[in-house]
Design a protein around this ligand. Structure first.
Ligand code: NDP
Length: 295
């Protein structure tokens, strides 16, 4: 019985962070400039607070200055816009990130539009997404999670050009930009979503699958073409009385089944998750380099 290569996102991300740390030191020595990332957190969602804490820790680890603003959940939209303006104008800040989701009373579109595109390290500004979608245009930044998925394929030498790719999910932050990126890499891309009939028949055709749904163990081994490559973005808590927290995290893909059919698969945790933060650091570094004409 064959078994898939396990794509080790944790160790690839570690390697990337080391590469970034070297570049940051080189830039600092040559120019005195230290890249800076500003993170705006609104409200007190525990998961968001954890993500922000992890991002700050990752910045510390590579030598990026981090600036953090915490606003209460009942703050006004104007307060958030004011923070963004302040960071847009601050030359020591090279990247601005608004942690999503925002509280319901806020207009996400208006807030993301306010981030200067040259500091939009999340790549969520419509101009950056629009350029990603257009031929012959270059976005200044690409969203971190899909970028991390593609980086894993590259670092494992997996060819994308000419392959049939299926992306499951079409969210603004993962599924849609992942499909656009695969298309830029010359894959033939199909998008599957909650209204797709018989998704398994489409997924079974794919050489490369990126799943970003948020449903534990949805993609079964029988849905996979033998030898396919699977990038599992999903992070789903499932009850687990054995675990001290009472739950554990699994992907969208039924790992035990697909590992027997696929040629390569990302685990959850330890696959795409660590890559997302590594790409955020990478985007922040390239922003600082671009702003200061440092190569
Ligand atoms: P969203 O909820 O925004 O989007 C989910 C997408 O999946 C939607 O497009 C939805 O379709 C589609 N979908 C839902 N049910 C089905 C189904 N049964 N069959 C096919 N498609 C379905 O989620 P996100 O994109 O934000 O996140 C997806 C997952 O990735 C989550 O588990 C999240 O935790 C994880 N994630 C992980 C990150 C990481 O760093 N590893 C970063 C970001 C997210 P429709 O459009 O029709 O509603």
């Amino acid at each position: 019985e064959s078994s898939a290569i396990v794509i080790d996102g944790k160790s690839v991300a570690k390697q990337i962070r080391e590469e970034i740390a070297v570049e940051i030191a080189r830039m600092r020595e040559a120019t005195g400039i230290v890249p800076g990332l500003a993170v705006i957190l609104v409200g007190d969602r525990k998961d968001s607070a954890t993500y922000v804490r992890n991002k700050k820790k990752a910045c510390d680890g590579v030598g990026i200055n981090s600036f953090e603003v915490n606003l209460p959940g009942d703050t006004t939209e104007q307060e958030v816009l004011n923070s963004i303006t302040k960071f847009n104008e601050d030359p020591s800040v090279h990247g601005i990130l608004v942690q999503l989701p925002l509280p319901k009373h806020m207009n996400e579109e208006k807030i993301l539009n306010a981030v200067g595109i040259e500091k939009d390290v999340d790549g969520f500004h419509p101009l950056n997404i629009g350029r990603l979608a257009m031929r012959g245009r270059e976005p200044l930044f690409v969203p971190c999670t899909p970028k991390g998925c593609i980086e894993l394929l590259h670092r494992y030498g997996i060819q994308i050009k000419g392959k049939k790719a299926v992306v499951i999910g079409r969210s603004n932050i993962v599924g849609m930009p992942a499909a656009l990126l695969l298309q830029r890499e010359d894959a033939t891309v199909t998008i599957v979503h909650s209204r797709t009939n018989n998704p398994e028949d489409i997924i079974r055709d794919a050489d490369i699958i990126i799943s970003a749904v948020g449903q534990a163990n949805m993609v079964r081994g029988s849905w996979i073409k033998p030898g396919a490559v699977i990038i599992d973005v999903g992070i789903n808590p499932v009850e687990d009385p054995e675990s001290p927290r009472g739950y554990r995290l699994v992907g969208d893909v039924c790992y035990e089944e697909v590992v027997k059919v696929a040629s390569a698969v990302t685990p959850v945790p330890g696959g795409v998750g660590p890559m997302t933060i590594a790409m955020l650091l990478s985007n922040t570094l390239s922003s600082a380099k671009r702003m200061h004409n440092f190569n």
